[in-house]
Design a binder for this molecule. Structure first.
Ligand SMILES: *Cc1c(COP(=O)(O)O)cnc(C)c1O
Length: 391
C-alpha cells in the first residue's frame, strides 16, 4: 500500500500552517508534540497484509509522512512526496515521461537540473528546449504535439529573473501541458505556484525549508490525486527516498520558515541597497529594485523579494570576484543557499560549472558574478563584512 498523505483543506494562515499544517494526531501512542523519529525499515504484521498503514520504509514511513503532509500544507497542495535530494525529486518528475516526449524548460536554470536534463534524460530520448521565459509567450514557439511539460524556475538562479507563473500556466493549460515550478528560491512563504496554476511544485528542501544547512532533501507537492499516484509509484519503484531523521530535521526547519524568511528578506533588502551604491560594484540582481526588469511581476507574484542577491564587479575579472569571496569573513564561501548563515558563491566556477561557458554567458553568468545567500545574522555585521571584502 502506498501512502498518499492527503491534506484536508485547512483554514489557517501561513504562519500557523508552518507550525501546525498537516500535523494533527502525529503520535497516537503518547501524544508527543513532535512526531517521533521512526528509525525502522519495516513494521510487524499480525497476519500477512495485516499492518497499521506502513509495511516497509521505502514505501512509507510515519516520520516521512508527517513531513510530506506539512510540505503539502504550506504549499496549499493536497499531496506531498519527499525524496533523498532535490535532484531525486526532479528525477521522479522526469520519469513520468517517455522517449519522444518534449519538455520546455527555463534557460536560466540550476546547474544540476540542467545536467540531469541534458546528460541523463536527453540520452533516454526526451527532448528539452531551453527557453528564456521573461516573456511567457516565448514558449508558444516550442510547443508541438509531443510537448508534455513546462519546467519553470523563478526567481532564476543566479540572475534573479522573475517568470510570470500565471501567464505560463495559462499557455500550458491551453495546450494541455503540465506545469512544474522549482520553488526552492522563493519558498511557499513568498510564492505559492499551485495557487497560480502550476500542477507540480518542487523543492530542494536542502535550502530554505530545512534552513540550517544540515540535511540534503527534495520534495514535490501536487493537488491532483492521479498525478500524486503516478509520482508516488515512481518514488517507491525508483526508491530515492529520504530517511526518518532527515524528515524530522526538515519538519523542524519548516516550523520557523516564516520568521526566517522575514529576516532573510529584511537583510536581503539592506545588502542589495548597500551593493547598489558601492563604487566597485557593477550590476546587482535582486527583484526588489524598482528598475529590475521583472519588478512588477515580482510585486504581484511574491510576498517579498527574498535574500538571494547576485552582483558583478566593475573590474570584471574572475580574479576580482575570487578575491572578494576569499576576503569575506562572516559570509562563508560555500555551495548551497537558504541556511541561517550567510553564504557567498562564485557560480562560474562552483554551482554553474557544469554549464558550458558559452551557455553561461548567454544568461548573464559572467566570470565576475558573485551570488549571496543572505542569512539571518545582524544586518550591520553583514554590510561591514562586504565593505571590508570589497576594499
Ligand atoms: C539546490 C537546488 C536544486 C537541487 O537540490 P539538491 O537538494 O541539491 O539535490 C534544485 N533547484 C534549485 C533551485 C536548487 O537551488
Amino acid at each position: 500500500m502506498l501512502h498518499l498523505s492527503l491534506i484536508i483543506v485547512e483554514n489557517m494562515k501561513f504562519n500557523t500552517k508552518a507550525i501546525h499544517g498537516g500535523q494533527e494526531n502525529t503520535d497516537p501512542a503518547y501524544g508527543s508534540v513532535m512526531p517521533p523519529i521512526y528509525q525502522t525499515s519495516t513494521y510487524k504484521q499480525s497476519t500477512p497484509g495485516g499492518h497499521k498503514g506502513f509495511e516497509y520504509s521505502r514505501s512509507g514511513n510515519p516520520t516521512r509522512a508527517a513531513l510530506e503532509k506539512a510540505v503539502a500544507s504550506i504549499e496549499n497542495g493536497s499531496f506531498g512526496l519527499a525524496f533523498g535530494s532535490g535532484l531525486a525529486a526532479i528525477d521522479a518528475v522526469m520519469k513520468m515521461f517517455k522517449p519522444g516526449d518534449e519538455i520546455i524548460s527555463t534557460n536560466d536554470l540550476y546547474g544540476g537540473s540542467y545536467r540531469l536534463f541534458t546528460k541523463i534524460f536527453q540520452n533516454l530520448g526526451i527532448k528539452f528546449h531551453f527557453v528564456g521565459m521573461n516573456d511567457a509567450a516565448n514558449i508558444e514557439d516550442f510547443i508541438n504535439e509531443k510537448t508534455r511539460l513546462v519546467w519553470v524556475e523563478t526567481p532564476t538562479n543566479p540572475t534573479m529573473k522573475i517568470i510570470d507563473i500565471e501567464e505560463v500556466s495559462k499557455i500550458a493549460k491551453k495546450h494541455d501541458l503540465l506545469l512544474a515550478v522549482d520553488n526552492t528560491f522563493a519558498t511557499p512563504y513568498l510564492q505559492q505556484p499551485l495557487e497560480l496554476g502550476a500542477d507540480i511544485v518542487m523543492h530542494s528542501a536542502t535550502k530554505y525549508l530545512g534552513g540550517h544547512s544540515d540535511v540534503v532533501m527534495g520534495c514535490l507537492v501536487v493537488k491532483e490525486e492521479e498525478l500524486a499516484k503516478k509520482l508516488r509509484f515512481i518514488q517507491n519503484a525508483s526508491g530515492a527516498v529520504c530517511g526518518p531523521m532527515d524528515s524530522f530535521l526538515v519538519l523542524r526547519g519548516i516550523k520557523t520558515l516564516h520568521i526566517r524568511m522575514q529576516r532573510h528578506c529584511e537583510n536581503g533588502a539592506a545588502v542589495a541597497g548597500f551593493l547598489k551604491d558601492h563604487p566597485k560594484v557593477d550590476k546587482v540582481y535582486w527583484p526588489g529594485f524598482e528598475d529590475h526588469p521583472n519588478h512588477e511581476i515580482a510585486k504581484v507574484q511574491m510576498k517579498d523579494f527574498g535574500g538571494m542577491i547576485s552582483f558583478t564587479t566593475k573590474e570584471g575579472s574572475l580574479e576580482s570576484a575570487v578575491k572578494i569571496v576569499e576576503n569575506l569573513k562572516i559570509f562563508t564561501l560555500a555551495e548551497s543557499l537558504g541556511g541561517v548563515e550567510s553564504l557567498a558563491g562564485h557560480p562560474a566556477s562552483m554551482t554553474h560549472a557544469s554549464i558550458p561557458k558559452e551557455e553561461r554567458a548567454k544568461t548573464g553568468i559572467v566570470d565576475s558574478l558573485i551570488r549571496l545567500s543572505v542569512g539571518i545574522e545582524d544586518e550591520e555585521d553583514l554590510i561591514n563584512d562586504l565593505k571590508q571584502a570589497l576594499k
